[in-house]
Design a protein around this ligand. Structure first.
Ligand code: NVA
Length: 313
């Protein structure tokens, strides 16, 4: 069966670890796995804005010896001009893998179902699993490396403050649970994780030894954390809600006072783009604890590892 990476828990805990190990190898030697034996032509399709994701996939596919074909989603109009199933069958006969950023997770699933080639989630409304993997690699690099055996980040504590209902929060719960991390989410009552996703993450955590919590008070989530992350309060597609969201999220700003409650060596994380003075203070993102540029670079290495993994799965 063709394997895809549509959501964080499409990988087992052991597979996630293997992908992170491969990413670390590719970071040391960017051409360690070239020439690429896997998908030579990869369509990378964007229905929402992109910078990091398009650049890192295009560079990564080229470094693996493949050809990245960027498709402008506003031209393709997938799901409007043609059904997802029709598009999937057309491009699935021509490319070896598809990377897609779109709105609905169900559309991504249909793409995987009908294309017959590996499909990678480059962000949906519900999940951003490539960013979560990049962030796990970044946490490992700054907190003593991957665990010697078992779940990749056993023993580490991660906190996320802000919009608990968005793609990053959901991916952090699932990817963090697979990695064996303690994951603490702080979000306003109306912006907490989707209950079914939290339940899935709890079930994974019971297997890996992770501990998950969801609270409203950001200070409770951050105490003692090795890594503290936040994300925009207004995700792509939510622009009309901007004023209402900013009114609710002000107490969740990751500033120096909040970060001071974490472990003294804690790192500050943000998947970018960042809005200084909103979800993160300039002193934090531009300060000594910030690892945001490492996170951005690590997109490249983990995505190459995911594509290599899927090509041989
Ligand atoms: N939650 C953000 C992540 C951006 C990488 C969004 O979906 O816009």
């Amino acid at each position: 069966m063709t394997r895809s990476f549509l959501v964080d828990d499409d990988l087992t805990s052991a597979e996630q670890r293997a992908v992170l190990e491969l990413a670390a190898e590719l970071k040391v030697d960017r051409h360690a796995r070239t020439p690429f034996a896997g998908p030579q032509s990869v369509a990378i399709i964007f229905d929402k804005p992109t910078l990091r994701t398009q650049v890192s996939f295009a560079v990564g596919i080229a470094e693996l010896g493949g050809y990245p074909m960027a498709v402008d989603g506003t031209m393709a109009q997938i799901g409007t001009r043609e059904s997802v199933a029709d598009v999937a069958r057309v491009i699935g006969r021509q490319v070896h893998a598809i990377v897609w950023r779109t709105y609905f997770q169900s559309d991504l699933e249909a793409m995987a179902q009908w294309s017959g080639v590996p499909v990678v989630n480059a962000l949906t409304d519900d999940y951003h699993p490539c960013q979560a993997l990049a962030d796990l690699l970044t946490i490992a690099e700054h907190t003593g490396g991957l665990a010697n055996s078992g779940p990749a980040l056993a023993g580490r504590t991660f906190a996320y403050v802000g919009d608990g209902s968005n793609n990053m929060a959901h991916s952090y719960l699932l990817a963090g649970a697979l990695a064996g991390m303690d994951v603490h989410i702080a979000a306003p009552a109306d912006y907490q994780p989707r209950p079914d996703i939290l339940a899935r993450a709890q079930a994974i955590a019971a297997e890996t030894g992770a501990a998950l919590s969801v609270v409203e008070d950001p200070r409770l989530a951050v105490v003692g954390a090795d890594a503290v992350a936040t994300d925009t309060w207004v995700s792509m597609g939510q622009e009309e809600e901007q004023a209402a969201r900013e009114a609710v999220f002000v107490p969740y700003q990751l500033d120096e006072d909040l970060l001071a409650l974490a472990h003294p060596n804690a790192i500050a994380m943000h998947c970018l783009p960042a809005y200084r003075g909103k979800e993160i203070a300039a002193e934090v993102i531009d300060g000594p604890a910030s690892v945001v540029w490492d996170e951005a670079e690590n997109r490249l290495h983990v995505q190459k590892a995911v594509l290599t993994f899927l090509a041989s799965a």
